[in-house]
Write a protein that binds this ligand. Structure first.
Ligand code: ZN
Length: 175
């Protein structure tokens, strides 16, 4: 028995019992062996999405991500992809949003880059679909995952992730 470190296990169980097309979101508490500091906590919430169908593409991911983050922050934001590797997606990428503070001009929040790192994503590897019992090559899909606390920290300008589980009611009451 081990405390889960991510919520991707939910994707697997969902695919074992459902056929595409489907769109699911998977919010859940996860646990990490971390040396904690202002941006690392041993307990936080992961927010995953999995969208699978016959014609799902990276363009769908970009549109949904831009719509989601723009609505969450209440302003038009752009999403940028950077190539990355995760074993269960191909291609895999990390994604950034345009800085919610300076809107891309460059400031101390975004280390003058104009972008904020949000999470990881990618097109689901065909081997994953095959393992789920889907017909080979028939479906495509994307998955993303990011930390919910990190997003709340950006939106409400919270400087330390440890406040969330710190137990100080002055922190929670302000919401
Ligand atoms: Zn900035």
């Amino acid at each position: 028995m081990i405390l889960r470190t991510q919520t991707s296990s939910v994707q697997v169980r969902y695919m074992q019992t459902h056929k595409p097309p489907f769109r699911i979101i998977i919010p859940g508490r996860v646990f990490r062996q971390e040396a904690t500091d202002a941006s690392h906590e041993h307990t936080f919430h992961q927010f995953e999405a999995l969208v699978v169908g016959e014609k799902v593409s990276v363009a769908n991911f970009l549109y949904i991500a831009e719509t989601f983050f723009s609505q969450f922050f209440g302003k038009k934001l752009n999403v940028r992809l950077r190539p990355s590797y995760f074993p269960f997606v191909e291609p895999g990428f990390e994604f950034d949003i345009s800085c919610t503070n300076c809107e891309g001009k460059g400031c101390s929040s975004c280390k003058q880059t104009g972008w904020l790192e949000v999470g990881g994503a990618g097109m689901v590897h065909q081997n994953v679909f095959e393992a789920a019992g889907y017909e080979k090559g028939k479906y495509q899909g994307f998955a993303w995952g990011f930390g919910l606390e990190r997003l709340a920290m950006m939106k409400y300008k919270i400087d330390d992730i440890r406040h969330f589980h710190g137990g100080d009611v002055r922190f929670t009451r302000q919401f």
